[in-house]
Design a protein around this ligand. Structure first.
Ligand SMILES: [Zn+2]
Length: 376
């Protein structure tokens, strides 16, 4: 064999190896997802907020020592601006790195947990006096720019649904999360939106709030499901009419946005959150009747969790996905839930758990117990 032939063969071999790798990557994950779907007809999901990059060891232990053994099979990780986004350096975001996200995603898959990143769209663009990176960097996207910098008088800032440039920035962030987490689904938030259609916004003034809300949902859906090929989840409160359901203006809407429900695609998974103990939770059936898959969500009240699970099992169709335990006060890395729920933790260790996190742990415990009861 002469040198030229040997060189050509070597190149061919290298090309074949590369092709094999590129070809194997996507189906390997798809295969995992197909298998996961088969093995997990019901979602027993946990939501965590704001993971700290230096405590991912705790998150991994929580996945391996609590979630996997207890059959908690979905982790919804609320990332928002806590990520070192490379695509939009002007936002100056810090937090999880690409490698950490990839590493955590692999870890979750290894333990049969589906990891779904969450990025708050439209609403929740500030908290207290802090305005988050998007509206700090692009104040022109703000729905209510007249509100003073300390956010006095409003709950949270929102981006303008009619601004023609906002999606370009936001989609870059979502794409980066999908890539880093190798995500097959993304939760876009969209809860507790109150300022939409503000009279102070020259682009939205006088427009139908439901139309504005549906526009954002449909644009996100188009990008995520059609262009990126991932599933889309969102909170359900803005799609419920507060005057027709036994809920407050927080977990249902008084702005008129609820009429958007008939203008958005049915393959969106609706996370229907209600945190108080109620006699009935009729929205769980309502979303199914409308054709949506629904994931009822609870928080820090064990009795409320049990009531919601019981109500969700009544007349459940194949579109009732399971239950989501939100971890708003649990600590972003799951370390307190780990201490509370792993087997073998000592009483002294348990005594270190903050009360607010302990209530979340108690709620998960009560919910899992209820789920083990045969459906009546
Ligand atoms: Zn606007």
């Amino acid at each position: 064999m002469n040198r030229a032939v040997a060189w050509s063969l070597l190149c061919l071999l290298a090309f074949a190896v590369l092709l094999g790798r590129a070809g194997a990557a996507a189906p390997l994950h798809q295969q995992w997802l197909d298998q996961w779907r088969k093995q997990n007809p019901q979602w027993h999901a946990v939501h965590l907020t704001g993971p700290q990059p230096d405590r991912l060891d705790a998150t991994k232990r929580f996945v391996a020592e609590v979630m996997a053994p207890r059959g908690l099979n979905v982790l919804i990780l609320e990332v928002n601006y806590g990520f070192s986004y490379k695509s939009r350096p002007e936002l100056k975001c810090t937090g999880l790195t690409h490698q950490q996200a990839r590493d955590l995603a692999h870890w979750c898959r290894k333990h049969n947990v589906r990891l779904i990143p969450l990025f708050n769209c439209l609403g929740h663009q500030s908290w207290g006096v802090n305005t988050f990176a998007l509206l700090r960097t692009y104040p022109e996207f703000d729905e209510t720019p007249h509100v003073p910098p300390d956010n006095k008088g409003i709950y949270c800032r929102e981006w303008c649904p009619s601004h023609p440039e906002v999606n370009k920035v936001v989609f870059d962030l979502l794409d980066e999360l999908i890539d880093a987490f190798e995500a097959d689904a993304l939760h876009v938030g969209m809860d507790e939106v109150f300022l939409i259609g503000s009279e102070k916004c020259p682009r939205c003034r006088g427009k139908d709030v439901a139309e504005l809300f549906a526009k954002v949902v449909c644009e996100l859906h188009q990008h995520l499901t059609k262009e990126k090929g991932v599933e889309m989840l969102m909170w359900g409160d803005r799609l419920l009419d507060a005057s027709a359901f036994p809920y407050s203006e927080w977990d249902a809407s008084k702005t008129g946005s609820h009429r958007a429900i008939d203008r958005i695609p049915k393959d969106i998974i609706i996370c229907d959150w209600h945190y108080h103990r109620l006699e009935k939770y009729p929205s769980v059936q309502f979303f199914q009747q409308k054709g949506f898959r629904v994931l009822p969500a609870t928080w820090n009240n064990p009795e409320a969790a049990v009531a919601l699970i019981r109500a969700s099992r009544v007349d459940a169709t194949e579109r009732m996905l399971g239950i989501l335990f939100t971890g708003w006060t649990a600590g972003g890395n799951g370390e307190h839930l780990l201490t509370a729920l792993r087997s073998g933790a000592t009483a002294a260790e348990r005594a270190t758990i903050p009360k607010a996190a302990a209530r979340v742990a108690d709620t998960i415990e009560a919910g899992l117990k209820e789920l083990r009861r045969p459906n009546q």
